[in-house]
Design a protein around this ligand. Structure first.
Ligand code: HGY
Ligand code: MN
Ligand code: MN
Length: 404
């Protein structure tokens, strides 16, 4: 818990936690994490996309690894537990093993991805996609709000984009990936449970929409003659909300909107906003995006504005591995805790690593289910139980079952 507080110091914005991919805060966080990992007897590395890995060697050396990790980037004005908890819980478990001199016939690698939130660049999951061998090099051209491309940001961070090809792990070098993460929802708290096990992670799709109208004088252009890009976007945002609400097990969010020129007495000429759609399955996700796109085009037509939609990320729903689910269930049961399975509405690196090897997730109760908010919080007892379950899982890990 002290480390989670210390980590909160690595922020790009004073007075709140904002740690974007490849930012100075990400760099200082990665450096501090490497220090802690080395003190725990791990060999550390930072790959060409900024992913930090600490390896606790197997005995005998050179065996495949059980990966335990999460992400250390954050949203803007974030809490201190989303992502970082899973990395530090893995580190704490390894420290305990190192202290006891416990070694296993498999290695343990604690992995800290840097691009899970996808707040800075249009695409997301760069680190976990590369590790799983499904990184799309087109993402390197993606630019942040200041026009800096992912490629340039990597070079500034100290990475060499030409080494991205070295990142993908061979299937027989890894055994499984386990991610501990705050639930970011109210289920565990409402059932008085400290931990839960994730069954599957919802599908996601992210788009950016650009609406072009005509800038004009707010005082002189009659209402009927306007092609107001902001008013059109406002109607589109409400259509997104209405379509998702009517679709049942789907959620859709417009989290970001900007308008140009953004002056009190100028009719907006251009407005750009994002759409984030999640659903339990790929088909429901795609059907909802289709309906949203039709509604947006109809509104643009009626209001005589043009609209351009761009899909920035599409990630399929991912099922967690029954092998890992069983191992985590037995570990939780051995602590005398009821085993609660639940789906994840939030996206996680685990949904990407599932393309490489069996994955599983351990959810930790968080107060009020609050997340992506500085009020995010967990109890030290639940953090302790999370590490105990990880340790128990490691000590009972059946590597032969997870081998390629
Ligand atoms: O957006 C998400 O689902 C995750 O927090 N990145
Ligand atoms: Mn997260
Ligand atoms: Mn998050």
């Amino acid at each position: 818990m002290q480390r989670l507080d210390a980590f909160a110091r690595h922020s790009d914005e004073p007075g709140r936690i904002t740690r974007l991919y490849l930012s100075p805060a990400h760099k200082s966080a990665a450096r501090e994490l490497c220090g802690w990992m080395r003190e725990a007897g791990m060999r550390t590395s930072i790959d060409a996309l900024g992913t930090v890995t600490g390896r606790y060697e197997s005995s005998p050396a050179g065996a495949p690894a059980l990966l335990i990790g999460s992400h250390i980037d954050s949203v803007r004005d974030a809490g201190r537990f989303d992502g970082t908890l899973g990395v530090l819980a893995g580190l704490t478990a390894v420290e305990e093993l190192a202290r006891a001199g416990e070694k296993f016939p498999f290695a343990i690698e604690v992995v800290a991805f840097g691009d899970e939130e996808g707040v800075r660049f249009p695409d997301t999951f760069a680190g976990s996609r590369a590790l799983a061998g499904i990184f799309d090099a087109a993402a390197l051209a993606g630019e942040d709000a200041n026009g800096i491309s992912l490629r340039e940001a990597l070079i500034t961070f100290g990475c060499d984009p030409t080494r991205i090809a070295d990142i993908p792990r061979k299937r027989n070098d890894v055994l499984a990936y386990v991610e501990a993460h705050i639930e970011q929802g109210p289920v565990l708290e409402s059932e008085n449970l400290p931990l839960g096990i994730v069954t599957a992670i919802n599908a996601l799709k992210r788009l950016s929409v650009t609406v072009e109208g005509e800038a004009g004088h707010a005082g002189t252009v009659p209402m009927g003659m306007r092609r107001d890009a902001l008013a059109a976007a406002a109607e589109m945002v409400l259509a997104v909300e209405k379509i998702a609400a009517a679709a049942g097990d789907v959620v859709a969010t417009v989290g970001q909107i900007e308008t140009v020129p953004g002056a009190v007495n100028v009719i907006a000429g251009m407005t750009r906003f994002t759409i984030d759609v999640r659903a339990t399955g790929d088909a429901a996700r795609d059907a909802t995006v289709e309906r949203i796109e039709q509604a947006i085009r109809a509104i643009a037509e009626r209001r005589r504005v043009t609209v351009d939609l761009k899909v920035n990320n599409r990630t399929p729903a991912a099922a967690c591995s029954p092998l890992v689910i069983r191992g985590l269930s037995e570990a939780i049961a051995r602590q005398g805790i009821a085993v609660r399975m639940l789906p994840s509405g939030a996206g996680h690196d685990a949904m990407i690593v599932a393309a490489l090897c069996p994955v599983g997730m351990l959810f930790v109760r968080c107060r009020g289910g609050i997340s992506h908010n500085p009020a995010e919080s967990i109890s030290i007892e639940d953090a302790d139980m999370c590490v105990r379950v990880l340790l128990d899982y490691i000590r009972h890990f059946d590597m032969s079952a997870c081998r390629a």
